[in-house]
Design a protein around this ligand. Structure first.
Ligand code: ADP
Ligand code: MG
Length: 253
């Protein structure tokens, strides 16, 4: 089985502050991999490293068997050029807590933007694909709406469609429902569940333990820059082995 993401002793510092203190994990192709943990434990930083929005300081990080941001030659690492990094990032979709849609563009234009600008897809083809994807996330009738005219849940679904428009092999979700009113969480999780059923490889940072348990294949609990505990969601959530995991879960469950 191919690892879609492989982290080996990944370290990340911001100045003197060590935020990731040796992360080892493996995300298999096609699985839903959930990351839970308290605020400040390094979850977002780790996702950002996978997508090369941050550069790691030590260790190795691979996506689909390829080193992220570097080329290794005779045991030495050489930084990739911007163009090569951009090519790596193109294959990875990311959905943030805040929807980050372009406010002056309609839903459809938001979804069309990257394929047209980055991939050079024709407008006509990008529009057809955008409409398909908006249908898929249940927003076919909102394609001409602007972000401000959409609810938070609808905006987040557009953001998911926008990430999918680049045909990513991996989707990263950073607390995609944390900014939503409770009644809008379900519609976003439904879209994610649908994607998972379709076989998309997904790394999901979430506080939605119900989703993790039901849809997740693997789960890690992170605290203070390390993976404290990992296993199947059921196992970790129902029978945590470490004090820190127990204490965290008692607060969120
Ligand atoms: P989480 O997503 O688990 O809440 P983060 O990865 O956002 O955690 O943050 C982990 C730690 O790294 C926090 O202490 C945060 O303040 C720090 N941090 C995150 N980004 C930066 C940055 N760009 N510069 C300095 N410190 C940062
Ligand atoms: Mg975070």
């Amino acid at each position: 089985m191919t690892a879609m993401v492989k982290a080996e002793a990944v370290h990340k510092y911001f100045g003197h502050v060590q935020v990731l203190k040796g992360i080892d994990l493996e995300v298999r192709a096609g699985e839903v991999f959930c990351i839970v943990g308290p605020s400040g434990s390094g979850k977002s930083t780790f996702l950002r490293c996978i997508n090369h929005l941050e550069q790691i300081n030590a260790g190795r990080l691979y996506v689909d068997g390829t080193l992220v941001g570097y080329r290794e030659k005779h045991g030495k690492l050489y930084e990739l050029r911007d163009r090569e990094v951009a090519a790596q990032r193109r294959d990875i979709g990311m959905v943030f807590q805040r929807f980050n849609l372009f406010p002056h563009m309609t839903a459809r234009e938001n979804v069309m933007e990257a394929p047209v600008q980055v991939k050079g897809t024709s407008k006509r083809e990008a529009r057809d694909r955008a409409d398909q994807l908006l249908d898929r996330v249940g927003l076919g009738d909102k394609r001409d709406g602007y972000p401000a005219q959409l609810s938070g849940g609808q905006q987040q679904r557009v953001a998911i469609a926008r990430a999918l428009a680049m045909d990513p092999k991996l989707m990263l979700f950073d607390e995609p429902t944390s900014a939503l009113d409770p009644e809008l969480v379900g519609e976003v999780l439904d879209v994610m569940r649908d994607l998972a059923q379709d076989g998309m490889t997904m790394v999901v940072v979430t506080h939605e333990m119900g989703f993790a348990r039901e849809v997740g294949d693997s789960l890690v609990f992170m605290d203070d820059g390390v993976v404290v505990e990992s296993g199947s969601p059921r196992q970790v959530l129902s029978d945590p082995q470490h004090e820190r995991t127990k204490s965290f879960l008692s607060k969120v469950l």
